[in-house]
Ligand binder design. Sequence first.
Ligand SMILES: NC(=O)c1ccc[n+]([C@@H]2O[C@H](COP(=O)([O-])OP(=O)(O)OC[C@H]3O[C@@H](n4cnc5c(N)ncnc54)[C@H](O)[C@@H]3O)[C@@H](O)[C@H]2O)c1
Length: 333
Amino acid sequence: MGYRIALIGAGIISQSHLDALRGMEAFEPVAIADIQEERVKEQAAKYGLRPYTDYREMVRAEKPDAVAVSLPHFLHKEAAIWCLEEGCHVLLEKPMALNREECDAILEAEERTGRRLLVGHTQHFIPENRKAKELIESGTLGELVMVQDIRHVRYFTEQRPAWFLEKAKSGGGILMNLGSHSVDKLQWLTGARVTSVKAHVTHHGSRGDVEGSALAYLQTDRGFAATISLSGYEGVPINETHLLFTKGMIKLQTRGGLWISEEGRFREVGWETGKAPFVLQYEAFLRLMETGDAGDCSGAYARSIVSIIETAYASAEAGEELPVPEQPMRSSC
Ligand SMILES: NC(=O)c1ccc[n+]([C@@H]2O[C@H](COP(=O)([O-])OP(=O)(O)OC[C@H]3O[C@@H](n4cnc5c(N)ncnc54)[C@H](O)[C@@H]3O)[C@@H](O)[C@H]2O)c1
């Protein structure tokens, strides 16, 4: 029998977690909790789990080895800390929390309890992203001089759960939610760390009080700069990252394709599909539980993403470029 795991949150992303866990011997999913009774009962019946409407009651009754937290962002801190204190290892959905202070509280609880935390930065497990990272690390394209990341998603649709559009619950709009993937991709693909940000945001959404676009110019500690352009208004979906080097370029469409320049043209690059991204994410979680190694999904790394986004909001507010505060040193970093 595998490690007993319980899920907190039975919303959209819980489906990907449960589909991954279904095929893994290392884990035994036992229960799921959500305040929406009908939703949790339906999800529990589909996957043969015990349903709860109170996650604390679930954790106390089931005593799982681990939990996966897929809650609105403002609940990440309280759920992660509470579960760590109850003795569970925690797989926490991105973004880690609303701000640096909340991330620090989670990191402190991880250190104090000796239980471990993995933050679900799924970009690391998507095969074309991994192939792009391999090409970048091969060094054949010379020096990296700039990165341009552009994402367009219709953000204010009726299907989007309302909490995403309430700043108090989500921490922000497209910058917080999808920007955390863009910033993660930038840092993880290149190995660089963002040192300063100048950002501009707009608020023209049809629902809620969050920004609907963000444009950020980011400097890194590796001598190249990047732009991240996020738009949530009308248009056509785009998810594209351009990496420009001294000897060529890479075009990555996450969930679309991967190209490398060759003699003045783009040549499509293939990759092995392999295991599903959420299966790989759970394998990373398993490794963490068994060896203590969080790899590149540690809480300290995830905090750096939140810190950059917090700096971007502050920059947009101040109308000037701001440095990203230094990450405090911790023994678990
Ligand atoms: N890794 C990815 O690619 C990816 C994709 C989508 C969402 N996410 C992240 O996953 C998290 C959840 O997003 P989602 O799209 O599933 O949202 P969602 O709104 O569909 O699901 C959240 C669920 O939490 C439940 N909930 C709210 N308060 C609760 C409480 N106190 N106790 C128990 N349940 C409670 C809600 O009823 C809802 O069912 C967010 O952090 C989001 O950013 C990650």
